[in-house]
Every structure is written in structure tokens, then in C-alpha cells.
Design a protein around this ligand. Structure first.
Ligand code: SF4
Length: 451
């Protein structure tokens, strides 16, 4: 198996990201930041027999996109529940594990046997969740190996495992390295112990740091999640978190603002006054700007949804760069990031229902959305949200018109506000527009497309 050679791109250090004037302009561009970009599982419809038939018919067709895709088996289990978490996950129970892994393989096989998937190529295997690292290294490797045997995996593929530091140890890390896992994605959120306790994160910041250091020493890439605007998190604490991430020389850091979702434990704690409320959106925006400054000065560059990276592979990721034409094939209870062709889908969260459906040979889809022509046009504009250019020539080849002809008013308005820049070849997000990427994506989603 030929391995993909990572090369850390030190020396990307740039100019300060924003000057003082721009910092002020940022706060004036919109009145508030939207929470979530358009075309996510929150907008999908409940599956119907007709939609499921339509989807299975689509799977009988050839994949002509020629874009490399991501294969994302989903381990739904967590051994604790973080207070802010709104992800579909299931409390770990050992008796669930074997039936779940058997069903996961069966679901993977169901996809692998379709024409669409047989004519697709994957260059990433990503174990998502949930917390895959609640399982043993051997169980995880078995799933990866199953994927390698049953799918067209390109020679330069990457294996990534998502997890939590509290259920990782040297043995597991060594097994991952021996097998050829390249990256560990861990949800650190903050290194501050007081806030970690408030968020019900199981281990200490120091333990998280030790595991990360071990993983990096063994040669794994490490990418962590950090959250800002957490209850009790001052700008000083946030700076300490960013500083720690830089000091750890991580390959990537995904920075998310706190979102308080209905039904989470955090929502209750805030309602009951047990925790101080998070800062307002201006505080949140300034925390983000601070992170941008610190990371860019340290040689990281912002890419994709929310990442700061210092490695070429994150920038060149085919699944990211191929949006919306590439694809993510995801499987497992609760997985929600799947998109194949025009179909985006989320699986059922309930493990019993998942096991039952898969045992009957039914795709365990709970929600699905089939993009219309107009959706596809708008999804291409969502590349701006992903910090990718919209190639005007490609746009015209696919849709017969230039983006400025399809969205004349929206593009004019965003350009005048300094949030996007347009030249003869492409439309790009500006530094000023970077923080408002979700709002910009929504502007196109809500606009009338003239096509
Ligand atoms: S580990 Fe991740 S998926 Fe599990 S409860 Fe915490 S945030 Fe949610």
C-alpha cells in the first residue's frame, strides 16, 4: 500500500490577518451571525418510500463526477455526554458493540455492491462519531480493513480516526500508527479544567495534552476541536487555549463558536443560572478574530469549515475541494454528513431501529434531501462558505450562465460590502467576509436564482 506523504508546510506565515479598521468593519457587516450553513441535515425531510426508492435507483447509476470521495463509517457510541452536545450519539453499552459492528459492515457492504459506489473512488477513510475511540484499537482497525477490502480506495488515501483523549492510551495510539492511521481528530474544546468540568468533559486539560504529545511523538497528525465563547471563558482563557494549540505544533485546529441547542444539558444549566451566560456575538466575533491573528502569525492558514492548518493535505483535501460534486459516503446510526450525487441523508439515530433495518437489508435512512437544479447552483456558491473560490468558467459550463447573471443583486451587495471579491475568473471570500461566511452562504440560499 502506497502511503500518502504528509509534508508540514512551515513558512506559510502571513501578514497580520486584519488591521484595526477591519476589526471594526467586521462588527458592522451584519447584525448577528447565523448558526449553521444552509443545506445541512437540519433541513432534510423525513424519508418516504418514494424518496428511498428514488435514492436506491440513483445508486444503480454510474458515478460520473470523477471526484475522489470520503468514506465515513460512524461509531455512534460515547461513554459520556458533553453538556453542549447536540450530535446524535448513543451511550456506550458493551452488549451493543458486536451487533452494531456487524450491522455497520453489512450497511457498508450494501453500499459497496451498488453501481454508484463501485464506480466511485475514495481517498479518505474517516472513522466518525460519536467517539470511535470508546472501542478497542482492534475493533477500529477491523472496520478500516473491511473498508479497504470492499471499496475502491486510491493508492494515496488517508485514514483518520475521531476520538476523545480520555479513552486513548499509548497502546491504542501505537496500534493506529502501526496500521497506518495518519490523523487523530480529537474534541479537546478547551484545556481549561474549570470549563472542562462545566462541559462534563471527562479528563483534565493536562491529560489531553499528554495524549496529544504522545500521538504526535509517535508520528500521528493531530487535529483538535477548540470552542470559543464558552460560559466563563474570558478572552485571556481563550488566548491560552490557542497558545497551547500552537505550542503543541498541531497540524490542524478546528475552532467553533459555542452553539446552545435546545434539549442539551447546557441549555438547562444556562436557564437555571448554574452557569454564566456566554458572551454576546461581538465578544464571540472578537474571540474569533483573536484566533485568526494568533494562528496566522504562527504560520497556520484558515481552510474549510472552521480549520486552521499548517499542512498541505488539509488544503488539498479532494472531498473539500470537490464540493458540491465529490461526496461523502457515511454509514452507521445517527450519521448525518452523507451526500452522494444530489442526495444528502441522515441515518436513524436509534440503535435498535438501525440494527433492525440493516438486518432486513434496508438502507437505514431517516432523513433525505434531493437537491434541485436551483439547490445545486446555490450549493456551488456555498464554496465561499468553505473558503473555496467559485470558478466562473466551470459555473458557466455547468449552468449556462455566469454567477453574476444568476445572482446579480446578491453578488453586487456582497461586493459593495467588501465581503467578496470578483474578478474575471473567480469569486472569492475576502478577509472581511471570512467571519461572515455562514451569513454569506445564507444570502445565496435565500436569493432568487435567475437561470
Ligand atoms: S464526545 Fe463528541 S459526540 Fe460524544 S458527547 Fe462529547 S461532543 Fe458529543
Amino acid at each position: 500500500m502506497e502511503r500518502f506523504k504528509f509534508s508540514a508546510s512551515k513558512g506559510m506565515e502571513g501578514e497580520p490577518f486584519l488591521d484595526e479598521e477591519m476589526r471594526q468593519e467586521i462588527l458592522n457587516a451584519y447584525e448577528f451571525r447565523k448558526q449553521w450553513p444552509p443545506y445541512t441535515y437540519r433541513e432534510y425531510f423525513d424519508v418516504t418510500p418514494e424518496l428511498l426508492n428514488d435514492f436506491t435507483d440513483f445508486l444503480k447509476t454510474e458515478n460520473t463526477s470523477k471526484r475522489k470521495m470520503e468514506l465515513q463509517p460512524w461509531i455512534t457510541f460515547c461513554d459520556s455526554r458533553c453538556s453542549f452536545c447536540y450530535y446524535p450519539s448513543t451511550m456506550f453499552r458493551s452488549e451493543f458493540v458486536d451487533p452494531y459492528l456487524t450491522a455497520l459492515k453489512k450497511e457498508l457492504k450494501m453500499y459497496a455492491e451498488t453501481k454508484y459506489v463501485k464506480t466511485s473512488e475514495f481517498d479518505e477513510i474517516v472513522l466518525g462519531g460519536g467517539t470511535p475511540t470508546v472501542l478497542s484499537a482492534e475493533q477500529l482497525i477491523d472496520i478500516i480493513s473491511f473498508c479497504e477490502k470492499n471499496f475502491n480506495i486510491s493508492s494515496d488515501y488517508m485514514i483518520k480516526i475521531t476520538g476523545s483523549t480520555h479513552n486513548l492510551d499509548e497502546y491504542k495510539l501505537k496500534k493506529f500508527v502501526e496500521y497506518g492511521v495518519l490523523q487523530l481528530d480529537v474534541g479537546v474544546q478547551t484545556f481549561n479544567d474549570d470549563i472542562r468540568r462545566k462541559l462534563f468533559i471527562q479528563d483534565s486539560g493536562e491529560h489531553a495534552e499528554q495524549i496529544i504529545r504522545k500521538a504526535r511523538k509517535l508520528g500521528l497528525y493531530v487535529c483538535i476541536d477548540l470552542m470559543y465563547n464558552l460560559p466563563g471563558q474570558t478572552m485571556e482563557i481563550w488566548r491560552e487555549d490557542v497558545k497551547k494549540a500552537i505550542e503543541l505544533d498541531l497540524e490542524g485546529v478546528d475552532c467553533y463558536p459555542l452553539e446552545v441547542y435546545p434539549g442539551t444539558f447546557l441549555e438547562k444549566q444556562l436557564k437555571n443560572g448554574e452557569l454564566p451566560p456566554p458572551g454576546d456575538w461581538k465578544t464571540e466575533a472578537l474571540m474569533y478574530v483573536e484566533a485568526v491573528e494568533m494562528f496566522t502569525k504562527a504560520g497556520y492558514i484558515p481552510v474549510g469549515h472552521d480549520r486552521f492548518t499548517r499542512v498541505r493535505e488539509h488544503i488539498e483535501e479532494s472531498c473539500l475541494n470537490g464540493w458540491p460534486w465529490a461526496g461523502i459516503l457515511t454509514t452507521g446510526a445517527g450519521c448525518f454528513m452523507g451526500y452522494l450525487g444530489r442526495y444528502s441523508y441522515q441515518n436513524t439515530e436509534n440503535v435498535y431501529e438501525y440494527l433492525e433495518k440493516v438486518s432486513r437489508g434496508i438502507f437505514p435512512i431517516a432523513k433525505i434531501h434531493k437537491s434541485s437544479d436551483e439547490d445545486m447552483i446555490k450549493k456551488v456558491m456555498e464554496r465561499l462558505y468553505l473558503r473555496l473560490p467559485v470558478d466562473k468558467k466551470e459555473f458557466k459550463e455547468k449552468f449556462g450562465k455566469l454567477p453574476e447573471e444568476v445572482f446579480p443583486e446578491t453578488i453586487k451587495r456582497l461586493k459593495e460590502k467588501g465581503l467578496i471579491e470578483v474578478d474575471d475568473n473567480a469569486i472569492r471570500i475576502t478577509k472581511l467576509g471570512d467571519i461572515w461566511r455562514i451569513n454569506i452562504a445564507w444570502e445565496f440560499a435565500n436569493a432568487k436564482a435567475i437561470y
